[in-house]
Design a protein around this ligand. Structure first.
Ligand SMILES: Cc1cc2nc3c(=O)[nH]c(=O)nc-3n(C[C@H](O)[C@H](O)[C@H](O)COP(=O)(O)O)c2cc1C
Length: 191
């Protein structure tokens, strides 16, 4: 099984990255999972309408196409999800390669209300382009007191929730996405 994780921040050592580290650790424990890490700093992505000779749009689309499940993380910025997440989505094609994919959402926020608004907005956009957005997104409020500067999680409940969140995507993908692929391969082999 291949799971792609999208870091929705340009801060490679920020809160989204810290939360993703725990999720990656849980995937490694689960065994047979290939993790495709998408860190936006490593991609040159055009804005819609802009043409770049060195664009990584195709590379990004290929990585997401190969994934059985996807986690999108975002910080809450001004009451919504980050512009880098929007730029990534805009580079996933129209129609989008996210269509039909199982997608789980994780938001972090500096404030006490959490990333509720970002997650609602992001869910709406992902659903609009045909992704299967799993219920139970994770919102981490007051995130600067949840992780220390080394990225250690200081809140056991948050860590537990992140690990469960990772397992939930794996379970869903195993039950509903991977059998579909197997069935399709069988049908193709026969024809
Ligand atoms: C431009 C900007 C806007 C922000 N807007 C909000 C906000 O609306 N609500 C909130 O709770 N936190 C807000 N924050 C705090 C971020 O959510 C928080 O710093 C988060 O840890 C950033 O994630 P990162 O470390 O992965 O980049 C904002 C931070 C920045 C830099």
């Amino acid at each position: 099984m291949k799971i792609a994780t999208i870091l929705g921040s340009l801060n490679k050592n920020g809160s989204c990255a810290h939360a993703l580290n725990i999720i990656h650790d849980e995937f490694r424990k689960s065994g047979d999972i290939e993790i495709i890490t998408i860190v936006p700093n490593g991609f040159t992505l055009p804005f819609p309408g802009q043409s770049l000779t060195n664009s990584d749009e195709d590379k990004l689309q290929k990585l997401i196409s190969e994934a059985d499940g996807i986690i999108i993380t975002t910080p809450e910025y001004h009451g919504t999800f980050s512009s880098i997440v929007k730029l990534i989505i805009e580079n996933l094609g129209y129609p989008s390669v996210l269509s039909g994919k199982a997608v789980s959402l994780l938001g972090v926020a500096g404030g006490s209300i959490g990333a509720i608004k970002s997650l609602e907005h992001l869910r709406s956009v992902c659903s609009h382009i045909g992704a299967i957005v799993l219920p139970g997104p994770v919102s981490i409020p007051n995130v600067h007191s949840v992780f220390d500067t080394e990225g250690n999680c200081l809140d056991k409940k948050v860590e537990k929730r992140l690990r469960t969140f990772a397992v939930e995507l794996v379970t869903y993908t195993e039950k509903h996405i991977c059998p579909e692929h197997a069935l399709e391969e069988q049908v193709r082999e026969k024809s």
